[in-house]
Every structure is written in C-alpha cells, then in structure tokens.
Design a protein around this ligand. Structure first.
Ligand SMILES: Nc1nc2c(c(=O)[nH]1)N[C@H]1C(S)=C(S)[C@@H](COP(=O)(O)OP(=O)(O)OC[C@H]3O[C@@H](n4cnc5c(=O)[nH]c(N)nc54)[C@H](O)[C@@H]3O)O[C@H]1N2
Ligand SMILES: Nc1nc2c(c(=O)[nH]1)N[C@H]1C(S)=C(S)[C@@H](COP(=O)(O)OP(=O)(O)OC[C@H]3O[C@@H](n4cnc5c(=O)[nH]c(N)nc54)[C@H](O)[C@@H]3O)O[C@H]1N2
Ligand code: SF4
Ligand SMILES: [Mo]
Length: 754
C-alpha cells in the first residue's frame, strides 16, 4: 500500500489526496470509524430490482460476517431469496480483480499500477478523440451500479470528456417499458407500489417468471388475502404458471394480437370505465381499430381457441374487481414490445384499472438499479429525468451541476445496437464497458466478438478479469462490488434505498465512483466534478436536479433519511414536506422551514402514481397507442424448424454468472452445464433421449446442451437458459423499432442429437 501511494505521489500529485481519503467506500482505505461500534447495518440487495433490504452482521472491524433479511422493511418483510442470502459470497472469489491489467506486446494481460492505468486510459481515448472526433468512442454500462455511479459515468463521459455516445444495459432489459410509458404517460413512470400485489382480485403476469426471477414478489402475491385469480400469460409452462390459478399458453409473440382481441371483446360488451377513458386520448380511433381484431381473427397468431380469449376478456374486465397487470421480459424483449406493453396499458385505461389499489399496467424491472439507470445514466434521458433536446432542461442541468452550458449535448446518443454497428463499420474505435458482460449477454454475441479486432481500444471495468468481456480487454480496471461501497438503488416500485460498505475491496480494487473521480482528474476535467466528492454529496446534487420533474425527490434529506423511512418512493417533492410542516404543531417545526427533520419527514410507505387521473403529457391525458402486429423477424423454416426461447433458468443463477457461480451454495442449486427443454414428442421424432447431448444451430452460430425432455415447451418450441455463454451465439439481432430493445426470445434453430 505504501508503495502504491508513493507511486501515485510521484506520478499524479493531486490524485494522492483522492486515494488517501475514503469518502463513502472503503476502496484502499480503512473501515470508517463510525461503523466500528455497530454490530449490524442495512443494505439493499445488489441483484434484482425487487430491492430487498438485508441486515448485515459486522465484526468489530466493521467487516461483514454474515447476513439475514430485514424484518421491518416494506419490500421484503423479512424474506430473501437464495441470491440475497448468499450475497457476500462473490466478494471473496479467488478471481477478483486486484490490480489494473494492460495487454502487452505478447498479447497477454499484465498487472500495472493505477497511475499507469489512468495515463493509458486518458492517452488512448484522447488520441481517438483528437484523430476521429467526439463520436468515435462510446461507453456501455449497466443497471447494476448505484445511481450516483451511473450518473457520474454518464456526466463524466459526456460533459467532462466530451464524447457523445453511451448506452446502458437497461437497453437489453427495460428500454421497451421506458419507451412505452414515455409515449403513453409522458414520462417513464411505472405506477405500482408492491402493496398492489396484495390488493388485487385478478393478477395477470405477462412474460414474467416471477417465482424464480423475483421470488420475493411472488411471496407478496402469496400474502394477498382476496383469493385472487393469478393468470400467467407465457408460451412456456414455468415455475410461475404451475403455481398460478390459470395459465394462458399462447404462441410466442402472440401477445399483441391477444390484447387487441381482449380490447375488442371488452368494448363489444361495454365493460369499460367511461371516466378513465375520458382521461385518455385516442380512444375513438382505438375502438375503430379493434373492431376487426375479433377473437376468431387472433386464433392463428395466439394459438388460443376463441373461447379462451373470451374468458380472459371477462376475467380482466369484471366490474368491481381490481385487476393488475405485471409484465417482464416476455413483453420487453420482442420485435414489437413497445406496442405490446402499450396494449396492456390500453386495457388498463379502458377498464379503469389504474391509479387505484390493486391495479395498474406495471412493468417489473430487472436489475437492482435499472430504475436508477433509467432516470440518471444520462443516456436516453438527460440526467435527472430530463430531455437532451429541450433547451430549458439543458440550462437547468448545467446550472444545477455547475457546468458550462455548452458541455451539454443537444443530440441523443446512438443506441446500444447502433453503437456496435458503428464499431463494425470502423466509425467507433474505442469502447469503455462498465459493469456489464456483453460478450456473453448481448444478442448475436459472435458478431460482437468479431468486431473486437476493429476496436483500437477496449476498456473493461469489472469485479472480475475473468468475464468473457474482460478477457477481451486492452485495459482492465478492477472495481469494488456491492458490499464494498455506498450509494442508492431505485427498485421496481420507485423506492430509493441505500447500500453500504461492509467489506474492504480486495487489493487495489476501487469503487466505480472513485475510479470516475480519478479519471476526471487525470483527464483534466476534475474541476467540473469538484462537488462529486463522495456518493452522498453526488446524491444531493442529483436530488436537487429533479426539482419539478415527475421524479422530483427534493424532499429527501440524506441517506439517513432514506434509512429511517424504509426507503422513499419517487416522487417526494419538497412541497410535500412543506405541506406537512404547515400541518404540524408550531413547536415541532424545524428551524429550517425548507427541510423538515427526518424524524417527522416520513412519507407514507406505499404510494402509487396517477391516483388523481392526471398524466405527464401536455394535455394531462394518457395516450392510447397501437399498431398492427408484425410478423416474426425470424420464423422457423425447413433448415431451422424450431423456435428458441431464452430466459432465466433458476433463482440461484444471475445472468452471465460472474457472481452467482462464485458461491458454493448457489452453484449446487442449478445445473452446471447448459441444457435445453424439448417437448417429448419432438424429441421422439428426432431420436433425442433424455440427458443426451444436442447440437443446437441457428444461421449465426451453434452450441451443445443436454436434452431435458418435458412438455414445459410447446411442440416446435425449445428453451435454453441465458446463463450459459454460448446462448447468444444463436440469437437473432432484431429489435423493437421504438425502443431498440433486442428480441432475445424468438429465433429459428435446428436440433441434432450427438
Ligand atoms: N434468478 C434470477 N433472477 C433474475 C435475473 C436472473 O438472471 N436470475 N435477472 C433479473 C433481470 S435483469 C430481469 S430483466 C428479470 C427477468 O425476469 P423475467 O422476465 O420474468 O424472466 P425471463 O425468464 O427472461 O422471461 C420471462 C418469461 O417470458 C416468457 N416469454 C418468452 N416469449 C414470450 C412471449 O412472446 N410472450 C409472453 N407473454 N411471454 C414470453 C418466457 O417463457 C419466460 O418464462 O429477472 C431478474 N431476476
Ligand atoms: N439470450 C438472452 N440474453 C439476455 C437475456 C435473455 O433473456 N436472453 N436477458 C438480457 C437482460 S434482461 C439483461 S439485464 C442482461 C444482463 O447482462 P449483463 O449485464 O451482461 O450480465 P451480468 O452478468 O449481470 O453482468 C454484470 C457484470 O458487472 C460486474 N459487476 C457487478 N457489480 C459490479 C460493480 O459494482 N462494478 C463493476 N464495475 N462491475 C460490476 C459483474 O462481475 C458482471 O461481469 O442480459 C441480457 N441477455
Ligand atoms: S428477490 Fe431480488 S432483491 Fe430480493 S433477495 Fe432475491 S435477488 Fe435480492
Ligand atoms: Mo434484465
């Protein structure tokens, strides 16, 4: 350590202080003294967007020993899934990155010190910028780092370093829901609060395998005392459909046709809510449009008999019943996901199932901070829920962050797939990949690997240098992970909660926040980020930026305030606090009338949006949007006769498994090698026995997997979990035209027994 600090002194001067201070995370420093007396500390889980709070038990040095779920937290109410219970395991993995690594002339990655890493980063990206302009490099990032880090990355890259392009991995995951909400409601605003799971009479889960992907949300459904109908709309029979009361097993991508047919039946039978319709625009045209979408006309696309469609229409429009819709990747990851999500929104609008307990068109978010990324990553939206194209917004953000106005670009960035296409054409020459593993997770990943040679410079910032993407890097920056740093996440119900450092990061790994500070100084734009000293200071800066936006959180005082309130859902504007102050007895009013003390400044623990029937569009009305279903981008054919579905395999496997595979316990709970679900009838026809190896081919790539024969898939369909690196060699690079989200769940493949 002493050598390290002295090295820094030698080469970088001002960076020294940066590394000796330990604002908000352990980084290279000691455990903050204030943690020492505490025996437990709380932190939001760093995996899925459910946002469970964990109670972490610390030794006398403030280092985590073990953990348990937090009993009183409004989200998980004392529960956690296997990943939450084992959340500390990946921190101790032997393959953690402990020093920066640089690819040498021998083609291998070699340890280097931080000053050399910073110099390399700056000189290489500067050279690209000087030779090819500010559009010649891009970052690709995540929904899995705290919002302060996400915002720092986006602001540093675009406002500080002056590049234009960058996208987050929420493109793989939530872009469809974002676009659908923005177009329909005027803002990316998922309306639900989790209490709605407990207050519904009819719960419709669409393309969502909640039992394994969000197990604690399934537990919330189990607490519903209204004996709800639980309807799962999924082409596969899943853990969730088997536990539900009804399974609607439609054909893959039959959703849009199905929801229009439902709207047809509901309008035909007059089971509508005129007051809700009056608060929307476009109803007459929609009513005209769905006239032709009879249940009979939807039989071909959905594979469902007309009677099933009629019965479903009655279930989701029963007068006096509270109906909530919850969708996940079965909708978002589609060539027509935005319109399918909006078809669900339309059903809620016409039946009045919105803005009331137990209702709503609700997207269930994926990663722990996908919601924070949506508002703060400075990619598709200007940081803090603003718009790059809006001059007032640019001025407000520049003033709020203390930046010159001309730092803020007017143009939008290219989307993820467009960035990679530009790299293929040689126009983008450098990539900085932070907290995501696209060489495994991106659609048609073989193409990504092929374009590696076209990149002049690839930087990967990750906890592990062993991921598929890190192994391809020119420069690897070792990052601290969840549990080693502080910040905030926003969960699926818009609840902001804090995470805390409970372990020292290994070796010279640093929090992403600290890495961004070092890079800002090294680039020479550190002055622009002087106020970003530590995550909580950055949080307050970002909080103030949200003033007057739908996601206004100016009423939040501090991280402590979040902890004392059981997390706080947006919006929570300061005006709400002022109202409360006006109502409170004079003697309890705080000296500072603008900010009430955190004890009395507690919002109600469950808040849903649109209770007043006012949306964020200029007219205040919701928009009913629709268009005709489109054909499958790659339907099965003679050479590739099966349709491949992909998705989550088990509650103990997380994405590309860089973290969950490091836990001895989680590894035991899932198959180690790739498997494929095949309908027994198809298997018999092809002579495939249970447990046999099968070659799966698409026109882009191939993989082998073990056959698992079960009627969980329909004949003609097969399913492979996404957790095995070869899967995306097969997938077809098609995208929703509005959201540019990849269509991960439908491509044509052939099967050959080996
Ligand atoms: N254990 C675990 N939990 C996770 C994750 C993980 O990797 N592991 N990842 C997290 C993340 S980031 C996300 S985004 C979520 C994802 O959570 P989910 O979306 O629930 O998970 P998936 O398995 O990807 O997809 C859900 C279902 O969509 C169905 N589906 C496929 N095509 C269609 C279709 O055309 N229509 C309909 N209606 N359904 C279809 C699939 O059969 C699948 O059962 O999970 C989060 N939670
Ligand atoms: N075929 C198919 N492909 C899919 C999907 C599918 O359903 N089917 N689903 C898609 C979806 S919804 C998603 S969300 C993506 C997920 O795809 P990825 O984001 O690529 O998956 P992860 O494995 O979560 O990758 C996160 C990386 O960040 C690292 N990391 C973790 N914490 C930190 C940190 O604090 N700092 C830094 N710097 N690094 C950190 C981890 O080690 C890991 O390498 O996959 C997509 N790909
Ligand atoms: S349900 Fe999600 S947030 Fe809760 S413990 Fe499991 S992975 Fe963590
Ligand atoms: Mo996701």
């Amino acid at each position: 350590m002493a050598r390290f600090i002295s090295l820094l002194k030698k080469s970088t001067g001002p960076l020294t202080a940066e590394l000796i201070q330990t604002p908000g995370d352990f980084g290279l420093g000691k455990v903050p003294a204030r943690l020492k007396p505490a025996s437990t500390i709380t932190s939001i889980c760093g995996y899925c967007a459910t946002g469970c709070q964990l109670k972490i038990h610390l030794d006398e040095n403030g280092q985590a020993i073990n953990l348990s779920p937090q009993a009183g937290y409004p989200v998980n109410q004392g529960m956690a899934c296997p990943k939450g219970w084992q959340a500390l395991d990946p921190l101790d993995a032997p393959d953690r990155g402990t020093t920066p690594l640089l690819r040498g002339a021998d083609g291998n990655l070699h340890p280097i010190d931080w000053p050399t890493a910073l110099d390399t980063f700056v000189s290489r990206f500067r050279a690209i910028q000087e030779a090819h302009g500010h559009e010649a490099a891009a970052f690709l990032s995540t929904g899995q780092t705290p919002l302060e880090e996400m915002a720092f990355l986006g602001c540093l890259w675009k406002f500080g370093m002056g590049f234009l392009h960058g996208d987050a991995n929420t493109r793989q995951c939530m872009a469809t829901a974002v676009t659908a909400y923005k177009q329909s409601f005027g803002f990316d605003a998922p309306p639900a609060t989790y209490a709605d799971f407990e207050e519904s009479d009819v719960i419709v889960l669409v393309g969502s395998n909640l039992c394994i992907a969000h197990p604690i949300l399934w537990q919330r459904i189990m607490r519903n005392r209204r004996s709800p109908k639980i309807i799962v709309i999924d082409p596969r029979s899943t853990e969730t459909s088997q536990a539900a009361t009804h399974h609607v097993q439609l054909k893959p991508k039959g959703d849009l046709a199905l929801y229009y047919a439902l709207a047809h039946c509901i309008l035909r039978d007059g089971r509508i809510d005129p007051a809700s319709i009056a608060r929307s625009e476009g109803f007459d045209k929609f009513a005209e449009f769905v006239k032709d979408h009879t249940p009979e006309s939807a039989v071909g696309k959905t594979g469902l008999p007309a009677e099933i469609i009629e019965a479903l229409a009655r279930d989701v429009s029963e007068p006096g019943k509270r109906v909530s819709w919850w969708w996940t990747m079965g909708i978002n990851q589609s060539h027509e996901g935005v319109r399918a999500a909006q078809a669900i929104i339309n059903l809620c609008l016409i039946t009045g199932n919105i803005g009331k307990p137990g209702t709503g068109p609700n997207s269930v978010t994926g990663q722990c901070n996908a919601m924070g990324s949506r508002l703060f990553s400075n990619t598709t939206s200007l940081v803090g829920g603003h718009d790059f194209a809006n001059a007032d917004h640019r001025r407000k953000v520049a003033e709020g962050l203390g930046l010159p106005l001309d730092c803020i670009p007017k143009e939008r960035s290219l989307a993820y797939d467009e960035i990679l296409a530009a790299a293929e054409r040689g126009e983008i020459k450098g990539l900085w990949v932070v907290a995501t593993n696209p060489f495994h997770s991106w659609i048609d990943s073989g193409r990504l690997e092929a374009l590696r040679d076209k990149l002049e410079f690839l930087v990967v910032q990750d906890m592990y240098p062993t991921t598929e993407t890190a192994r391809a890097a020119d420069l690897f920056l070792p990052a601290a992970g969840w549990g080693e740093k502080s910040g905030t996440f926003i969960n699926s119900e818009r609840r902001i909660g804090t995470l805390k450092p409970v372990k020292k990061a290994p070796g010279q790994a640093l929090s992403d926040f600290r890495i961004f500070r070092l890079l800002a100084n090294a680039w020479g734009c550190g002055r622009l980020f002087e106020q970003w000293t530590d995550p909580e200071s950055a949080f307050k800066l970002l909080r103030d930026l949200t003033a007057d936006r739908p996601c206004d959180i100016t009423g939040i005082e501090s991280y402590d305030h979040l902890d004392q309130s059981g997390g706080i859902q947006w919006p929570y504007p300061i005006s709400d606090c002022r109202l409360k102050i006006a109502d409170s007895p004079q003697e309890t009013r705080p000296a500072d009338i603008n900010r009430q003390s955190s004890i009395s400044n507690r919002p109600s623990p469950e808040r849903r949006l649109f209770e007043d029937g006012i949306y964020y569009t200029p007219s205040g009305k919701a928009r009913i949007l629709f268009s005709n279903p489109a054909p499958l981008p790659e339907p099965p054919c003679d050479d590739y006769p099966f349709l491949l579905l992909t998705g989550r395999g088990s509650s103990s496997q997380w994405h590309t498994q860089s973290r969950t595979a490091k836990s001895d316990i989680l590894r035991k709970l899932a198959p180690a090698a790739a498997y494929i679900e095949i309908h027994p009838r198809d298997a018999r026809r092809l002579g495939i026995a249970s447990g046999q190896q099968v070659l799966i081919r698409s026109s882009r790539g191939e993989m082998t997997a073990t056959a698992y024969l079960a009627p969980t898939v329909q004949p003609g369909n097969v399913f492979v979990p996404m957790h095995y690196p070869e899967v995306n060699r097969l997938t077809h690079p098609s995208f929703d035209p509005h959201s540019r989200q990849p269509n991960y769940k439908a491509c044509a493949v052939s099967l050959t027994p080996l």
